[in-house]
Design a binder for this molecule. Structure first.
Ligand SMILES: [Ca+2]
Length: 470
């Protein structure tokens, strides 16, 4: 078979429940719902981290964030608390040049490699064109569009469009142009990492109007969607109030999702017109859970618990749609847990390369058997997370492991264990750690063994922590 093209669409901060095909009744995503109907929809797909940069580094390298050394988001966000009862561990502020990426591997195999959109893995010396991409359009050190979603964008890696042009439209235009102008004799890898739907929540006025009307019709404008949560003590004299959104009802956020969906539809139509659709592997997913507990809390991940920045399912469970007409059966669902480092070996195997010949350490497994048959078994017993940081959304440092239907979280502040049976308790309401001590102990040992094997850094106690805050 001819080697497939690969399109990896990564959305920023999109939650598990943000698509119609994942159960949203307020947001509208007809094109993504169609993508799901034409391919495979995963129920238990995960991001490797509850925040941006680590998941992105993991996708590029095929390694867990703790292995790469990027365990928190990169940037100078002053809101980021680095101390609480514990002191955050140090982490890299760029993807090291010696790290081999999937783009490098595919380019060596003759692929055209294009990065379009958000990068967030370091400043200029670490941009996508230093990591195996032929082209970088719009990728830089920014974790969000600092000057907003409407042109002028002020991005050094993207020429400004006409005033008022919308960034998600523009990045899609660029991607479509690349499809049209490509060398049709060689396969391509399009890494389309949208800035949407990260803050600032800004959408096109007509789309906002559409969802304002819908909110009115549904009575959503009459309810208070927020729930004031606990105060999280972080640094000395500094506290964060958690404000949770309980229901999806923000018209501007809905409009951003709607526009994103429209743009994915435009890209897929262009792919269809190019004649390459049947032999193109399209992956659509997100880098962390929906933003639901801070910064305006634009979305809700309910029934999942919490969101971006947290160790709970709302922080890491993601929408994942995969279409590849020549290989993937249409309209099927897969409930096997998968995680970000799986993509490197998956893309390699899809391109006809044995992942064992990758020339780099790979922490994930190829999903190709699953893509052919959604109930195939993967050869692994556990997947892991390690987030030794305070999120700026209220989450506290911890690590976790999923084995079968069970998930164990170990929180570093107090050593607390939380064990959930996700098959029966998706909302993570019933902590079974005390009721099932043997399962908890076995999973904790497995987690500790993995942390030791990757030399994961554990936060130390903060000697300056005022006892009055604890
Ligand atoms: Ca993100």
């Amino acid at each position: 078979m001819t080697r497939p093209n690969i399109i990896c669409i990564l959305i920023d901060d999109m939650g598990w429940k943000d698509l119609g095909c994942y159960g949203s009744s307020f947001y509208e995503t007809p094109n993504l719902d169609r993508l799901a109907a034409e391919g495979m929809r995963f129920t238990d797909a995960y991001a490797a981290c509850p925040v941006c940069s680590p998941t992105r580094a993991s996708l590029m390298t095929g390694q867990y964030p703790a292995v790469v050394g990027i365990t928190n988001f990169i940037g100078t966000n002053r809101a980021h608390p680095s101390k609480g009862k514990l002191i955050d561990v140090p982490y890299l502020k760029q993807l090291p040049l010696e790290k081999r990426t999937i783009a490098t591997s595919l380019r060596e195999e003759g692929y055209q490699t294009w990065h379009v959109g958000k990068w967030h893995l370091g400043e200029e010396a670490y941009y996508p064109d230093r990591h195996g991409f032929d082209l970088n359009i719009g990728g830089c050190g920014w974790g969000l569009p600092m000057k907003g979603y409407f042109s002028p964008y002020g991005l050094t890696t993207l020429e400004d469009g006409p005033e008022g042009e919308y960034l998600t439209d523009r990045l899609t235009d660029e991607a479509i142009r690349l499809l049209q102008e490509r060398d049709a004799d060689r396969p391509f890898f399009l890494n389309l990492w949208h800035y949407a739907v990260h803050t600032p929540i800004q959408a096109k006025p007509d789309d906002v109007e559409r969802f304002q009307q819908k909110a009115t019709v549904l009575g959503l404008d009459q309810i208070n969607p927020f729930e004031e949560g606990e105060l999280f003590p972080t640094e000395h004299k500094r506290h964060l109030r958690v404000t949770r959104r309980r229901v999806q009802s923000d018209p501007a956020y809905a409009a951003m999702v709607y526009n994103l969906d429209w743009n994915v539809g435009r890209l897929l139509d262009a792919l269809e017109r190019s004649g390459a659709s049947d032999n193109t592997l399209v992956v659509f997913t997100s880098d962390n859970g929906g933003l639901s507990t801070s910064e305006g809390s634009p979305t809700s991940n309910a029934p999942l618990h919490e969101g971006k920045g947290w160790m709970y399912e709302g922080g890491t469970r993601e929408p994942l749609l995969v279409r590849w007409p020549d290989v993937v059966p249409a309209g099927v669902e897969c409930s096997v847990p998968i995680t970000t480092p799986d993509w490197y070996p998956t893309f390699l195997e899809a391109a006809g390369i044995d992942p064992a010949d990758s020339g780099t350490r790979l922490d994930g497994v190829s999903l190709l058997s699953l893509l052919r048959q959604p109930d195939a078994a993967l050869q692994r017993d556990a997947i892991f997370w390690h987030y030794p940081h305070y999120g700026n959304q209220g989450g506290t440092p911890g690590s976790s492991v999923r084995m079968g239907g069970y998930k164990l979280i170990e929180f570093f502040e107090d050593g607390r264990l939380e064990l959930y049976n996700l098959a029966e308790d998706l909302e993570e309401r019933h902590n079974l750690a005390a009721a099932m001590p043997e399962v908890a102990a076995r999973m904790q040992r497995r987690l500790a063994q993995w942390r030791a094997s990757v030399e994961a850094l554990i936060p130390e106690p903060n000697p300056d922590w005022p006892s009055s805050c604890s």
